[in-house]
Design a protein around this ligand. Structure first.
Ligand SMILES: Nc1ncnc2c1ncn2[C@@H]1O[C@H](COP(=O)(O)OP(=O)(O)OP(=O)(O)O)[C@@H](O)[C@H]1O
Ligand SMILES: [Mg+2]
Length: 293
């Protein structure tokens, strides 16, 4: 089965972990905001259909996505905030619509978000995966061409053993998706009024060990700080809260993404053939489609 590209979208980056509550949504949201801040056209897909977090993190609990008909098909318009075009089933006008999409229709909902959404031109589309390695993750990784995966873990061994299952699904023998690296979240606690102190309340070394095991990069450590929690509760922009450690961490993470992927050659096809794999591996002369680099 060939993997599809989404029209107009250069790179899809997924954020995953076998474990819940480690900060996937926090990392996905702020990576997207930072990439937008750096001038990239950025999109965010909240693929956590059963427990969408993005409306809260972005302060968009009352926002509604417009759905309209284009020919026979329903299309959605993303909501834009903090420079990021975002879509989440938590923002559908009729909550019953989202309920209909649960269970076996989850894959349909996912495809709606990826392909029946008015994205326009996007450099980076960040995907916030639900915890674990279920149908949503597998169906996304099987169908779409993913440029990079980021695995989030906390430093303790129990989290790492779960996060490992998340990392394992990207390996060549499974879904074969390039693993960009590991983000360790909640690495230490720093009290607000003692910014120089570090308390390793969840232990140490888990992120680094996981990265070593999968022969991938240990991308960044993000401390446990109140600003992160406060901003997601209030829907504020964490990147504007002026926490230098947090900002530096996300700046480093965004940099690792664009330094790695900006250089990658993208082959986009101009043809109207829906089955076009959009991928000639650089051998455009050999391809019958009208590709442009
Ligand atoms: N570095 C941090 N410092 C303080 N709080 C944090 C940090 N990272 C995440 N949190 C908080 O921890 C909670 C869980 O984070 P988040 O929702 O991002 O995790 P998740 O892995 O996406 O969870 P789920 O598996 O439920 O989707 C949130 O309330 C978030 O604000
Ligand atoms: Mg989440």
């Amino acid at each position: 089965m060939h993997k599809k590209r989404i029209k107009g979208v250069k790179h899809i980056v997924v954020v995953a972990s076998g474990k819940g509550g480690v900060g996937k949504s926090t990392v996905a949201a702020n990576l997207a905001i930072m990439l937008a801040k750096k001038g990239y056209k950025t999109a965010l897909v909240d693929a956590d259909i059963y427990g969408p977090s993005m409306p809260i993190i972005f302060g968009l609990s009352d926002a509604k996505i417009s759905v309209y008909m284009r020919g026979e098909q329903e299309f959605m318009l993303p909501v834009e905030k903090y420079g990021v075009k975002m879509i989440s089933l938590g923002m559908l006008a009729d909550p019953k619509q989202a309920v209909i999409w649960r269970g076996p229709l989850a894959a349909n909902a996912l495809n709606m978000m990826f392909t029946n959404t008015e994205w326009g031109d996007i450099d980076y589309m960040i995907v916030d995966f639900p915890p674990g390695t279920g149908d949503i993750q597998i169906s996304t990784l099987q169908q779409y061409r993913i440029s990079a995966a980021i695995v989030v873990t906390t430093p303790q061994i129990i989290a790492v053993s779960d996060a490992r299952k998340g990392a394992d699904m990207f390996t060549p023998s499974k879904m074969n998706v390039p693993l960009l690296g590991v983000v360790e979240n909640m690495s230490w606690f720093t009290p607000q009024n003692h910014p120089d102190e570090k308390y390793y309340i969840f232990g140490q070394g888990g992120g680094e060990a996981l990265a070593r095991e999968f022969n991938t990069e240990f991308l960044v450590q993000i401390p446990l700080v109140k600003d992160v929690c406060d901003s997601s509760e209030s829907g504020g922009n964490l990147m504007e809260m002026g926490n230098p450690i947090i900002n530096a961490a996300f700046e480093k993470l965004a940099e690792r993404v664009y330094i790695q992927l900006d250089e990658e050659e993208i082959c986009e096809c101009d043809c109207d053939d829906e089955d076009c794999s959009n991928d000639c591996n650089g051998n455009c002369d050999e391809c019958s489609h009208k590709h442009k680099h």
